[in-house]
Design a protein around this ligand. Structure first.
Ligand code: SF4
Length: 344
């Protein structure tokens, strides 16, 4: 937003919020603020089609038709010392994900398979509070080996970082760093107790200042109120991330959130569209949990409701849809996959 332009409508909520969004977001590219997002989240389900159509128009106007395809691999799975209540990779819960590492040849193979799908981004993920020397050495060796054989941009998701570690990753040529805020600041203590929202925010600022792209999103359906969901959208808008992965809680047995209900499909879709209206220019990605929340139709409705990036293949601890079904869908919808040359 330029300094002279202000969001409209906070003081005039008698006007229809979607009419306001049409002028403010679609025409002028100014994202909805927290109160405005809340108004969208409160709209009745019978307006869902209209909400999704507007989110789609906003995405086409400010991002274009291209869809970013990304692959993801877990370098180190499970055994994490943190207590994120949704996460089956925490070593503190009775969930079945055991600690395991993959070797460099497997990492390179995963990057090759990812590149074959047309993906431009390959994200190396580790279930840790933050990287230690051993992990960073593995990442450095992995990145070098991938660069020798595969033409793809590399992202990392290795938890909280020190400034020195940010600098090391920058020197390795990491293009984008993922670190999720997960939920609104006011809800975070109900989700994680072993570190704070502010610690995550600090890592994101350092990553941004170092010149890496910032990928930051979270999980919807973790018991947050609609007000807190709107707060989270505003938190993300303030960060101005290059990419926002949105997950829906897939309650994993053995985790503290294992008994929470799955978000109803209409609420999930409405939320994604509302986040698009708050973040008109970001790469908005469906991440985990979409199959259980939205079923097979989820990808299509999301892609036509504001989303412009997908992960192909398997997620970290649960099975996603096969790559081919997402890629076929994009072809059916005449949405081109973003090509690497355009992004360098
Ligand atoms: S979300 Fe990340 S930091 Fe939290 S328990 Fe899972 S792997 Fe660890």
């Amino acid at each position: 937003m330029t300094t002279t332009e202000q969001p409209q409508g906070s003081a005039s909520q008698t006007a229809d919020i979607l009419d306001i969004a049409r002028g403010q977001v679609l025409e002028r590219g100014i994202g909805l603020d927290q109160e405005q997002v809340l108004s969208v989240l409160r709209l009745d389900d019978d307006r869902l089609t209209e909400i999704l159509a507007l989110a789609h128009d906003v995405r086409m106007r400010w991002c274009g038709p291209e869809v970013e395809v990304e692959g993801i691999v877990s370098l180190k799975t499970g055994g994490c010392p943190e207590d994120c209540h949704f996460c089956s990779q925490s070593g503190l819960f009775a969930s079945p994900v055991r600690s395991a590492w993959i070797d460099i040849p497997s990492l390179v193979e995963a990057a090759k398979q990812t590149a074959k799908t047309g993906a431009t981004e390959f994200c190396i993920v580790a279930a840790v509070r933050g990287p230690d020397k051993r992990l960073l050495a593995q990442v450095a060796a992995g990145i070098e080996a991938i660069r020798n054989e595969v033409d793809i941009q590399i992202a990392c998701s290795l938890g909280m970082l020190t400034q020195e570690q940010v600098d090391e990753l920058g020197a390795m040529g990491v293009h984008r760093y993922n670190h999720n805020l997960e939920t609104a600041r006011s809800h975070f203590p109900n989700v994680v107790t072993t570190h704070t929202w502010e610690e995550r925010w600090g890592t994101l600022r350092m990553v941004r200042d170092a010149g890496m792209e910032v990928c930051c999103g979270g999980i919807l359906g973790m018991g947050e109120s609609l007000e807190q969901r709107a707060e989270f959208a505003a938190d993300l808008a303030a960060l101005e991330p290059d990419e926002v992965p949105l997950n829906f809680l897939n309650p994993r047995p053995g985790t503290p959130f294992g008994d929470l209900d799955v978000l109803p499909a209409s609420e999930a879709l409405k939320s994604v569209a509302a986040f698009r209206l708050a973040l008109p220019r970001t790469i908005l990605r469906f991440a985990g949990g979409r199959e259980i929340t939205l079923g097979d139709l989820g990808a299509e409705q999301g892609i036509l409701g504001g989303v412009n990036a997908v992960i192909v293949g398997n997620y970290l601890t649960t099975l996603g849809r096969p790559a081919e079904s997402d890629l076929d869908l994009l072809a059916d919808l005449s949405m081109p996959i973003k090509v690497l040359n355009d992004t360098i």
